[in-house]
Structure formats: C-alpha cells, structure tokens
Design a protein around this ligand. Structure first.
Ligand code: ADP
Length: 268
C-alpha cells in the first residue's frame, strides 16, 4: 500500500496554521488539560489579532469543553468541514466531547477507531487561519500520540510541550515522554512544571508542595538538555475556575499563577 492519502489532506487542511504544538504528559492528573486551556487563553489574550485553536485529542477523557466553559455546545458540519466551537473571538475548540450525547457518555474504543478519530479531526476541522494550534493529548504515549505525530509531522509540527509535577513518579514518566519525542524526531519545546509551589494569598508565604523533589524538574531538564519553561504554582481558585469553565486569567490577572503563565507563553 502507498502512503496514507490522509497525510496530504491534513497537510493542506493545516497549511493556514502557523504553529502546531503537542501538549504531552507522562501521567494523568498532572494538569495537562488545565495547562492547555490556560496557554490557549494566554496566547489569545496576549494578542487579540492572533487566532488560537485547541484540539482536544483526549478521546477517552475529553475535558476541554468543561474547562473552557463550552460544555453542551454543538459542532456544525458545513461544506468546508466541521466548525470548531468559539470560546472567545479568537480562541476555538474541537473536542469529541461535543459529539457525545451526554458529558457522562463513555468512549470505549480500541486503537484503530481512536486513530480514525484523530485523523478525522486533523483533516476535517475548518479552523480558518490560526497562529497556534494546541493539541491536548491523553497521558502517556499511546495510539493517539502516534497518529497525531505521524500526521502532524508531515504538516509541520513545531514540537511538544511536556507537563509534569515535581514528584518523582511524574518525573520518571516524563523521561519516557521525552524519549518518545526523541525516537519520533519531535522537537521538545520545553517542560512545564505544575503545582510545585503554593503562595498563600494572605501572608504570601511560599510553600513547596513536594519538597523532597523540589528542583527535580530543573535537574532532569539540564541533564537531558531540554528547556524548563517555568513553574505554575498551585492555586485553589485556578482549580475552581477550571471546574466552572471560567477564564482564570480574567478572574485573577495579578496572581502569581498568571504571571508564571505569561512568562511561559513568551518563551513559546
Ligand atoms: P490532566 O489533564 O493532566 O489529567 P488536569 O488538568 O485535569 O490534569 O488537572 C487535574 C486536577 O488538578 C484538576 O482538578 C485541575 O483543576 C487541578 N489543577 C491542575 N493544575 C492546577 C494548579 N496549578 N492549581 C490548582 N489546581 C490545579
């Protein structure tokens, strides 16, 4: 059999997308979806002229519709493909969550069907002109990652951002994620450390959440020669905003978490 015809279709479909960035994490629960949504908001609000899209490629656990406050919206199929859902004027989202009957519906699919869905998302969503497309993937290195990387590489993938917490178990999994990138020739744009620190809103005391492994991410990054883009502190209001689908950047613009986020965005 010859090359997959979808490769050419995806290449054409994404030719108006300037930067394509995969968001990876070794483990679940480290904040990958949260970080993806925050980066989306941060990139979109930094420059109102820039268009940002998020593809929720977490087929079995799509959380972007909830986090971005657009749960229950419908996607429409027009002559030019599926239109994504607009979160703001310049931030759009496509997720399998929009295609499920109810948010509690489980997607229990084997690899080939998941691959088919990724292929369909990449080839059929009509994003229009985008400056950034962030692709939120499931934890680990599974079918979805392989298909996404295969298709995106030919369409020009900028690279991957890897999200971790400072915990030893999370860092071990990040090493695997970085190896995956090396093996597939995906450039690593950097590692983002989440929930390393808590800054008390009252007394401003800074507490480390995982003191035993503080500095672990920095050490791993220097050992493997990948950039550490920054650390996002733990913020209970941030968690609350994500649960309620509210934009944390607007809610607490002067928080340490937003400052960290803005500085991270300036590096990508
Ligand atoms: P993942 O996508 O890696 O599975 P999530 O983004 O769903 O992880 O995050 C897991 C939980 O941790 C969510 O309830 C989220 O709101 C919370 N969370 C993530 N990052 C932070 C943070 N910096 N501060 C507070 N809560 C956070």
């Amino acid at each position: 059999s010859g090359p997959d015809p979808a490769i050419q279709i995806i290449k054409e479909r994404l030719s108006n997308v300037k930067h394509k960035i995969l968001i990876l994490s070794g483990k679940g629960g480290v904040g990958k979806s949260t970080v993806t949504s925050l980066l989306g908001h941060a990139l979109a609000s930094r420059n109102p002229e820039a268009n940002v899209g998020i593809l929720d490629a977490d087929i079995c656990g799509p959380s972007q519709p909830r986090v971005l406050g657009v749960r229950g919206e419908q996607v429409h199929n027009s002559g030019s493909g599926w239109s994504p859902v607009y979160v703001t004027d310049n931030l759009s989202l496509m997720s399998i969550g929009f295609l499920l009957g109810s948010p509690d519906d489980a997607v229990i699919w084997r690899g080939p069907k998941k691959n088919g869905m990724i292929k369909q998302f990449l080839s059929e969503v009509d994003w229009g002109d985008l400056d950034y497309l962030l692709i939120d993937t499931p934890p680990g290195t599974s079918d979805e990652h392989l298909s996404a990387v295969q298709y995106l590489t030919s369409a020009g993938l900028d690279g991957a951002l890897v999200v971790t917490t400072p915990q030893e178990v999370a860092l071990l999994d990040v090493r695997k994620e970085l190896q995956f990138c090396t093996k597939l020739g995906v450039p690593v744009l950097g590692v983002l450390e989440n929930m390393s620190l808590f800054v008390c809103p009252n007394c401003k005391t800074r507490s480390e959440i995982f003191p035993a492994t503080t500095g672990g991410a920095a050490q791993m990054c220097s050992e493997l020669s990948v950039p550490l883009l920054g650390s996002l502190p733990l913020d209970p209001i941030l968690a609350r905003c994500c649960d309620d689908g509210r934009d944390f950047l607007q809610e607490l613009p002067n928080s340490p978490a937003v400052a960290a986020l803005r500085s991270i965005v300036d590096k990508i």
